[in-house]
Write a protein that binds this ligand. Structure first.
Ligand code: SIN
Length: 295
């Protein structure tokens, strides 16, 4: 705990930690350092009972790096007026019937944020302004844990492979603006990344997947790629933390070592979340260290 601070880190289980007794609107440099080291260790960190303006959210986010503008989404306005670096995730419509944000009220399947890009964000954070009474939970899975559960032969096979991360569809399943629907993973837009990457700070290896839809293992024929991807994806729920939101919660996740998904919720309920993304400091790097696996 930094001197003069009551900040406390309480692990949430196999993945994630809650950080208590800190006000993110008035965070000190020492507290930011303590938050970063908890985040590198636990991959997902949760803060409850925060009261943040959009300016506070931006200021806190900037402690982690330069901000990345919101992704190109298929439906919905992306940012609140005057805040181009904030991404509104919401099912709410304005007085003209236009969505104020993206992703609607449906389920969002497991994904890594913006991994269809050459330099995907290092991190994202999501702050809850309005939440439904039921549903809309966000779950996170550990891609470090997924790797440790895999048989050694599979890890060895994946070490030299690249997987293409599709950019056609957003997490809500909508075609991104300006793109054409495509269901051929070999030709759809996207970027190949190493199947196993190394975290630039901790050096720990992690499985690196974007979205299952339109993923493609480079160099394999389609049927073989699909078989291998199904096998790999069967490990992603090895360690999961599910977050039940309350207004004022902020969750920060490492986009290199976790994926996340969201439950659907009642379309008549309101859910408003503000998200920021921290620009990727580098392209995901192939893991070089010896991988410790369970078998
Ligand atoms: C996201 O995928 O960033 C949004 C998750 C959520 O709405 O809970």
């Amino acid at each position: 705990m930094p001197a003069g601070s009551k900040l406390e880190v309480a692990p949430l289980g196999a993945l994630g930690a809650e950080i208590k007794a800190v006000d993110l609107a008035r965070v000190s440099v020492a507290e930011v350092e303590a938050i970063k080291s908890a985040w590198y260790r636990h991959d997902v960190v949760v803060f409850r009972n925060q009261r943040l303006t959009d300016d506070d959210l931006l200021a806190f986010s900037r402690h982690f790096g330069t901000l990345d503008p919101p992704p190109n989404q298929g439906a919905g306005r992306k940012s609140p007026p005057g805040y181009p670096d904030i991404y509104v995730v919401s099912n709410v419509r304005d007085e003209r019937g236009e969505p104020i944000g993206a992703l609607g009220d449906g389920e969002a399947l497991w994904h890594t944020d913006m991994s269809y890009a050459a330099h995907p964000p290092d991190a994202s954070m999501l702050y809850a302004l309005e939440i439904p009474a039921h549903g809309g939970d966000t779950s996170f899975c550990s891609m470090k844990a997924a790797l440790t559960r895999m048989p050694k032969s599979l890890v060895e096979r994946l070490r030299g492979l690249d997987i293409k991360h599709d950019g056609t569809y957003d997490s809500g399943g909508y075609v991104r603006k300006g793109l054409t629907a495509s269901d051929d993973p070999r030709t759809s837009v996207g970027t190949p990344h190493p199947a196993i990457i190394e975290h630039p700070v901790s050096g720990k290896p992690a499985l690196y997947l974007g979205r299952r839809r339109n993923a493609y293992v480079m160099g394999l024929d389609l049927a073989e790629s699909e078989r291998l991807l199904d096998q790999i994806w069967s490990y992603v729920e090895t360690a999961v933390y599910r977050h039940r939101w309350a207004v004022g919660d902020l969750v920060l996740w490492d986009n290199r070592t976790t994926m996340h998904r969201r439950d659907a919720f009642d379309p008549n309920a309101r859910r408003i979340m503000h998200r920021t993304q921290i620009k990727g400091s580098s392209a995901p790097k192939r893991a070089s260290m010896l991988l410790a696996t369970a078998q």
